[in-house]
Write a protein that binds this ligand. Structure first.
Ligand code: ADE
Ligand code: ZN
Length: 319
């Protein structure tokens, strides 16, 4: 039973964490038909491209500061109830621009949700601003400049998500330099839809502390040794990998092999209701299907807190 274990999550996209019931109530509020992306309480998509389309359609139902406060609070309350003491949320100001809300009000709403959830449950949370790769280098640089200058105390990191098969990592180097120069910590999606070379490029060019997914590093033994040697932390999302067809079934994600090779790994839900998962379910699967002991799962939670983008005082409080 993993329900009683303390947990921490480093990799969850806020707009990917909308429970279908909340999507339905937002759709009623704005009089939007959801049939194209939500049927019988389940999000409808069949590959990464249609997943992104469904994800964008859900994001477009959040149009005010209050909407984002409600979403953030809803997710963090549920996470805290599952035993989580820390959450790092990936937020995309691009979505706020798309609906005309504006990045500042978007961030203010999320910040309010974080404060409300913390007051009620004690859960600690930080925001990692995400640039969307498929929107191109200029847009990702815009997100980096926004993250660097917004002055929101919850923003501690910068990331790039989206369609990994678009462009080369080097095209995005300037965005990451902007974020790093502003003192933000760096993580990046790599080694999910693309193979080991995408992880190597990310390490060489962007010098992240962590990699989102990174699991396809397993295709290259030398790279696995490099990840272990350099102490790079992988934000592993097994349920997401199965749902998106990166691996065939839950025995296939290389969490065990990466862990055995000395790579620092953590457990994460990515876009939980889209992928039929939750952080609790990820811990449970790691226990029951992959055979991790409670001690090993506790070590993963500790790894997440050690790799969290927080100040040292907060880290000490969490440990
Ligand atoms: N954005 C939301 N979920 C994602 C994923 N699994 N990979 C890349 N970008 C994403
Ligand atoms: Zn992700």
């Amino acid at each position: 039973m993993t329900a009683n274990l303390k947990k921490a999550e480093l990799h969850c996209h806020l707009e990917g964490a909308v429970p279908p019931a909340l999507t339905l109530s937002q759709a009623r509020k704005y009089n939007v038909d959801t049939d194209a992306f939500l049927r019988d309480g389940t999000y409808v998509w069949h590959d990464f491209t249609s997943f992104l389309a469904a994800y964008d359609a859900v994001a477009a139902l959040f149009r005010s500061e209050d909407d984002y406060a409600l979403l953030t609070e809803t997710y963090l309350d549920e996470l805290a109830a599952a035993g989580a003491i820390y959450s790092e949320l990936f937020v995309s100001p691009d979505h706020a621009e798309t609906v005309g809300l504006g990045a500042d009000r978007y961030m203010a709403g999320i910040g309010r949700g974080i404060e409300a959830a913390r007051a009620r449950t004690g859960i600690e949370c930080r925001m990692v601003v995400v640039g969307l790769r498929h929107r191109g280098p200029e847009r990702v640089e815009w997100a980096a400049r926004y993250a660097a200058s917004c002055g929101n105390p919850f923003v501690t990191g910068f990331n790039m998500a989206g369609e990994e098969r678009v462009g080369a990592v080097a095209d995005y180097a300037r965005a990451f330099a902007i974020a790093r120069d502003a003192g933000l910590s760096i993580t990046v999606h790599a080694g999910e839809l693309c193979g080991a070379s995408s992880v190597r490029d990310a390490l060489d060019i962007l010098r992240p502390a962590r990699i989102g997914h990174g699991v396809r590093a397993i295709e290259d033994a030398e790279l696995v040794a490099r990840l272990a040697g350099d102490g790079i932390v992988l934000e592993v999302c097994p349920g997401s990998n199965i749902a998106l067809g990166v691996f065939a079934d839950l025995t296939a994600p290389p969490l065990r092999r990466l862990h055995a090779a000395g790579v620092k790994v953590t457990l994460n839900s990515d876009d939980p209701p889209f992928f039929g998962t939750s952080l609790q379910r990820e811990y449970e699967t790691a226990s029951r299907v992959m055979g991790f002991t409670d001690a090993e799962l506790n070590e993963m939670t500790r790894t997440a807190i050690e790799a969290a983008f927080v100040d040292e005082r907060t880290r000490a409080d969490l440990l």
